[in-house]
Design a protein around this ligand. Structure first.
Ligand code: ADP
Ligand code: MG
Length: 380
């Protein structure tokens, strides 16, 4: 039995439906800078309209402390109106088919799930559709409070995320590999801990590999290391077959943390003092790409280097192409990894692109997501 109901289980015709979407998009100068989350959210809203529901959608945007016009969802609603075939309106504007509410973080009581706010959000709502995968790891009024009060189901986007990422927690087709990178090992150590017993290989690049290398006694120059994590990393390495964790064999090192810094590729045991590792080397890229190609299940989170700068993008590019070319089940998660994939135009070439950064990591850590758990009460 499924732990929650979905839109396939309910008839929404004539119902007032509140959808919690993830419209937390980047803004630039008051306009939407990236449509990814809007494009992901719209099909659910349009499906509800086509099924005869009266649709209202809410979301948070950024982390304002109370009302702050810089974080208004008004420009997001305007962009949705451009991208959708339906009539999208904002707050109390004229009649429309999809009504977008103002930023939930403007409402006192959202982040501490205050009963008064949850009551208010649930008022007049016949059905709540949770479709914001990126927010279900938070127990807020708009994720948990409202779902305690009215009949609630998982939206298609949330359902797809849970099914796709759930594969990495169950018995996936082997070989099963993880590719991890990005800035900090502290963000992702719990994921490694939970998935190490399940995966056949964990490939580590990006800034986070240096804490692992340092824990193994390798000199990493001035590369990004989290000294307070070294003990936990050592503990992790001791408990497992070390060969499962594949670290870079070569590295692109730079004289400074700068876009135009002079750079060279060195073997991992020859990182010169005073230099900073900013990308995996060619040999490592080829090694990682080979493992990805030979895997039947691969999850990638975290760029292999400072991909924002062209000079240090090669490793991330290599991994993105290997993911696209792999015939296995491939999923990519993490805001920056997805941005890199989209920058390369490869988002359509992997099996699953995850919209949720933190929520995806918490799911892979094996933690219970409160915004999903609460849906269970309606599935009895
Ligand atoms: P994601 O959003 O995909 O989960 P993270 O937020 O963990 O990824 O990390 C992305 C950031 O990591 C990028 O801004 C990138 O520049 C940075 N990064 C990658 N490799 C390095 C490195 N070697 N040194 C410093 N920063 C790095
Ligand atoms: Mg990030």
């Amino acid at each position: 039995m499924s732990p929650y109901l979905t839109l396939d289980d309910v008839d929404v015709a004539g119902l007032a439906v509140l959808v919690r979407s993830d419209l937390n998009v980047p803004l630039d100068g008051g306009a939407v800078a990236d449509d990814f989350r809007i494009e992901a959210a719209l099909p659910t809203l349009e499906r509800l309209v086509d099924s005869g529901a009266r649709v209202t959608v809410c979301s948070h945007l950024g982390r304002p402390q109370g009302v702050d016009p810089a974080y208004s969802l008004r420009p997001v609603a305007a962009r949705m109106a451009e991208l959708s075939s339906k009539a999208v309106v904002f707050e109390d504007e004229e009649e429309g088919q999809i009504r977008v509410l103002e930023n939930t973080r403007f409402l006192p009581g959202e982040t501490n799930n205050a009963p008064a706010l949850a009551d208010r959000l649930a008022t007049g709502v016949d059905l709540f559709v949770q479709d914001a995968f990126g927010s279900v790891h938070r127990a807020h009024a708009s994720t948990v409070g409202v779902a305690e009060r009215v009949k609630s189901v998982a939206g298609p986007l949330l359902d797809a995320e849970l099914k796709a990422l759930g594969r990495f927690l169950e018995e996936p087709d082997r070989p099963y590999s993880l590719v991890l990178g990005g800035a900090k090992i502290s963000d992702k150590l719990a994921v490694i801990q939970n998935l190490l017993p399940r995966a056949d290989a964990i490939l580590v690049g990006g800034g986070m590999c240096f804490t692992l290398l340092a824990a193994k006694g390798i000199e990493v120059g001035d590369s990004l290391v989290e000294p307070e994590m070294i003990q936990s990393v050592k503990g992790l390495l001791q408990g497992y077959d070390e060969e499962k964790i594949i670290l870079p064999s070569d590295m692109v090192v730079a004289e400074a943390f700068r876009e135009d810094a002079a750079a060279e590729t060195v073997y991992i045991r020859h990182i010169p003092k005073g230099t900073i590792g900013l990308d995996i080397g060619k040999e490592t890229g080829a090694l990682f790409a080979g493992v990805i190609r030979d895997s039947n299940t691969v999850f990638w989170n975290g760029p292999m280097g400072v991909f924002e700068w062209e000079r240090f993008r090669t490793g991330t590019e290599r991994i993105a192409h290997a993911m696209a070319e792999s015939s296995g089940f491939t999923a990519v998660g993490g805001g920056d990894s997805v941005a890199a994939l989209r920058m390369l135009g490869l988002q359509g070439e992997v099996d699953h692109v995850s919209t949720g950064g933190g929520a995806g990591l918490e799911l892979l850590e094996g933690r219970i997501l409160p915004g999903v758990e609460v849906l269970g009460r309606w599935a009895q």
